[in-house]
Design a protein around this ligand. Structure first.
Ligand code: BMA
Length: 864
């Protein structure tokens, strides 16, 4: 563990030294920056109990750290903490400012994120009043600061009280989905007030999230003092790319305190690429300079090549001092291709000239209390996506525009981001002040993020068009009042068809804007042949899992099925008396209105009733993984008609039963292992369709593939009933069937064996198995799955241990656990056939003795 994190830390450190040297060579800095994150205390307004606070932080986590409240995630505690968001809270700190600093041309306070209604006082004087957690606020403080001690005091007004005022003033009720859990929030009249506040929607509850409406200084605060001029923003616009060179324009947005002469220049690492003399004019203005990179190395997504990045430094030199901005770029072309074809209109991404099937997941914030998400947590979730062959994540619209680090990690990993603006599952107000606030929020975030090669597109909202046109909201509103319905829709048009696309057009014109997910165009509800789709027939509609492979859209941007966390995770938020899915605690850590009953409904179709709670959790994981497998493989087999498969959802924001593939503690569920296999670059996929059993092969490589396809029907004690192998030539970037047989023929021929056999397909390239997959002819409960004898041997390996396994009979969904110890298995929940060997790596720091004590190996037959 330690060895793994040391590397990047050292590397960053080396880079910092390098950057510092580079700056020094050019002259001293024009700007001095201090982070104001110490000496903070907080208090409930009206009380007089100032306690230490952490900045960045939240009221809830500060109360927790001071032992004023119990852990909000434990058992039912959330319900007792609803008073917090009805109160006002204040934060205070004192910091010292040197007299010399106050002589500089500008002195500003830079708030990277205030959540949300914040009145900011400096030395007793109000300097700002904010109302949007997604915006950055830079405030001129020079006149109010004094040499020596200064007091910064921020009062956070209750987002609920503020919301109620706006709700009452509206005059009519704007429709909001049940995700705003006003009832759990104990809000007067169950008023759903979330839409009035530009704050993460999921804080007000979601169907996988708690209702914990935080306040606080959620991102860092800086004191910036500068002379002459400061680079506010550096945008790198890619113009043209050929094998010989790539050309760019660097656009410097400069805030100048006075007019004067200056020089702007661009470097890649130590290589100066361009320089230009400019005449600064007072105020904020842009200046640009063109540059080229010779023999450019392109940026590719996972599996297609290296995600090569270039370090770019922009420098402004004035009065022999410098202001610098560092950024990184990836050289790539990326288009969202929308072309008429025989089915309708395509919806796919073309990277560096190649159509690429998007394999990935939807992503939500990693905690309801955002500031406690660590760098390590971010690294883990991006590593999980990368190691599971995801080339796209969708940052869903009910959360946040993520921290810079997240995008940096995706840039490095070769993962594209589908970026929603932060609007989900509700209609919104459309008054001028609201629209103006939204416009500023969009500008701040588009400008902050547009250099990241990972960002693939901007999307206006999540499921709002679907709600209005498809879920019956429009009809319900029209039945009440045509006039109000018109106003509600007009607000939608103003935000998603005007304000947001206008910002994208002005500040990031090379990126696509898609108004709503799912949809088939601006204001056009989703259909299967023209745009993207969220398919919830499985789960909400109780459709069988098999429909994932038949309900096929051009791009599947959401589908999912729930599971509970594993037992080691459940133990962290519940006690043994809660170990029943219908207990109060388990029902409370389940926010889908149909949740636990639906899991059971699907489970009993495939399996018998598990013998106890722990077995239920295990079977639930396998059920979720086996179910979603139909989607992962079905969508891919349908390429190029369908060009994306983003399941719902990769992570959790608290411990809960949800659609996630990793739980709140970032533990891989069975689904995550299935995703890794289902999204492998080359996939062999046995399936049934119509009157046939078939074997499909999907090749996402940009080169053709020559391999051997080996298929066998093996009984559960290892006897081969049928086998066939042939050489296959698989074109680049393709999907096709390479074997089929009449179902009835086999069902008749092997009628005596069907309960006892598994069909396996392997694809072998240069002696290596590059993909293998199993298919069973009957649901698990109708199979004669034996009780296997598993033998295992542990050996010490790098970072932990190797565990070699073999079995005498079919071992179904082998599940390795190490109680509550920390560790990561390279594979888990897999089938092991007789005569097959598997070596699983366990990454852990526990001793061999401990491992022998805690290791358990289960198989599915033992769950009933
Ligand atoms: C979609 C998402 C989320 C939700 C999920 C599960 O609606 O966009 O809003 O959590 O389905 O219901």
């Amino acid at each position: 563990m330690i060895a793994i994190i040391r590397w990047p830390i050292l590397a960053t450190f080396a880079l910092l030294i390098l950057a510092a040297c580079t700056t020094n060579q050019a002259g001293p800095n024009l700007m001095i920056q201090k982070e104001l994150n110490t000496n903070w205390t907080f208090n409930q307004v009206g009380q007089n109990e100032w306690l230490p606070a952490t900045v960045p932080g939240t009221v809830h986590t500060d109360l927790l750290a001071n032992k004023k409240i119990e852990d909000p995630f434990y058992r039912l505690n959330e319900h007792d903490l609803q008073w917090i968001d009805k109160e006002d809270w204040e934060y205070k700190t004192t910091f010292t400012v040197e007299a010399a600093l106050l002589k500089m041309d500008r002195v500003e306070l830079d708030f990277k994120g205030l959540d949300t209604y914040a009145d900011v006082m400096l030395n007793g004087q109000q300097i700002a009043s904010t109302d949007n957690m997604f915006r950055e606020y830079t405030i001129n403080a020079k006149k109010v600061l004094k040499p020596g001690d200064n007091e910064l005091h921020i009062v956070f007004r209750s987002p609920i009280t503020e919301g109620i005022k706006k709700y009452d003033a509206q005059g009519y009720v704007i429709p909001v989905s049940d995700n705003d859990l006003a009832k759990i929030g104990q809000v007067e009249g169950d008023k759903q007030v979330s839409i009035y506040t530009r704050k993460a929607g999921y804080h007000f509850g979601w169907d996988w999230g708690p209702r914990l409406v935080t306040s606080g200084i959620w991102r860092p605060v800086f004191l910036n003092a500068w002379d002459e001029a400061k680079i506010e923003n550096l945008q790198i616009v890619q113009q043209e790319v050929s094998e010989e060179k790539a050309s760019f324009t660097a656009i410097f947005e400069v805030d100048a305190a006075k007019k004067g002469k200056a020089q702007i220049s661009i470097k890649n690492d130590d290589l100066q690429l361009a320089s230009k003399a400019i005449n600064l004019v007072e105020g904020i203005k842009t200046y640009s300079v063109d540059f080229e990179i010779e023999k450019p190395k392109l940026w590719w997504t996972i599996g297609l090549g290296e995600p090569h990045l270039y370090n770019i430094e922009g420098t402004l030199l004035a009065d022999e001092r410098t202001s610098t901005k560092n950024t990184r770029i990836g050289i790539r072309t990326l288009e969202l291709v929308r072309e008429k074809d025989k089915h309708g209109t395509s919806f796919y991404f073309k990277l560096n000239g190649h159509p690429v099937f998007m394999k990935g997941a939807n992503y939500i914030p990693n905690d309801v209390f955002l500031p406690r998400v660590t760098e390590e947590n971010y690294r883990t979730v991006v590593e999980t996506a990368k190691n599971s062959n995801n080339n796209m994540l969708r940052i869903w619209g009910g959360g946040i525009y993520e921290n810079d680090l997240f995008y940096e990690l995706c840039d490095e990993a070769g993962i594209l981001i589908w970026q929603d603006f932060m609007f989900a599952c509700a209609m919104f107000p459309g008054d001028e002040a609201f629209l103006d606030n939204v416009r500023h929020e969009a500008i701040d975030n588009v400008k902050r993020l547009r250099n990241h090669p990972s960002i693939a597109m901007w999307c206006g909202n999540n499921e709002i068009l679907a709600a209005w046109k498809g879920w019956g909201w429009e009809n319900a509103e029209r039945a009440k009042s045509e006039e109000n319905a018109d106003k509600i829709w007009q607000a939608y048009v103003d935000i998603f068809h005007k304000t947001l696309p206008d910002v994208v057009k002005e500040f990031d014109p090379q990126r696509s804007y898609w108004a709503s997910s799912p949809s088939s165009g601006m204001g056009v509800p989703a259909d299967l042949v023209n745009g993207d789709e969220h398919y919830w027939g499985v789960w909400w509609g109780k459709e069988p899992f098999e429909t994932y492979a038949t309900h096929l859209p051009r791009f599947m941007s959401e589908y999912g099925f729930q599971s509970f966390p594993e037992i080691a995770s459940v133990r962290k938020y519940a006690t043994p008396e809660d170990y029943d899915i219908f207990s109060e605690v388990m029902k409370s850590h389940q926010r889908s209105s149909i949740g636990n009953g639906t899991i059971e409904y699907y489970m009993l179709k495939e399996y018998k009733k598990p013998k106890d709670f722990e077995s239920f959790l295990y079977v639930n994981h396998v059920l979720q993984a086996e179910g979603i497998k139909f989607g992962l493989e079905g969508h891919r087999r349908a390429m190029p008609f369908c060009m994306g498969s983003l399941y719902w959802q990769i992570n959790d924001c608290w411990p809960v039963a949800s659609w996630s593939s990793t739980d709140y503690y970032q533990k891989w569920k069975a689904l995550q292992y299935y995703v890794k296999k289902g999204f492998s670059q080359v996939l062999v996929s046995p399936y049934e369709e119509g009157i046939k059993y078939k074997v499909g092969i999907v090749n996402d490589r940009l080169e053709p593939l020559h391999a051997e396809l080996r298929m066998r029907m093996v009984d559960f004690s290892g006897q081969v009933i049928w086998e066939e192998a042939h050489l296959v030539d698989i074109p680049a970037n393709s999907s096709d069937d390479y074997f089929d047989v009449n179902k009835n023929e086999w069902r008749y021929k092997y009628r005596k064996q069907l309960k006892n056999v598994v069909f396996t397909a392997e694809l072998i390239e240069n002696g290596q198995v590059i993909s293998k997959n199993n298919y069973y002819f009957l649901p698990f409960k109708n199979l004669n799955v034996p009780e296997p004898q598993i033998e295992y041997a542990i050996s010490k390996a790098e970072d932990g241990f190797d565990i070699a396994l073999k079995t005498d009979k079919l071992a179904k969904n082998v599940y390795l656990q190490i109680e509550d110890e920390e560790g990561f298995f390279s594979d888990n929940y897999f089938d092991l056939l007789p005569n097959e060997k598997a070596t699983i790596h366990l990454k852990t720091i526990i001793s061999e003795e401990k491992l022998n004590e805690v290791l358990s190996i289960r198989t599915l037959d033992d769950a009933f």
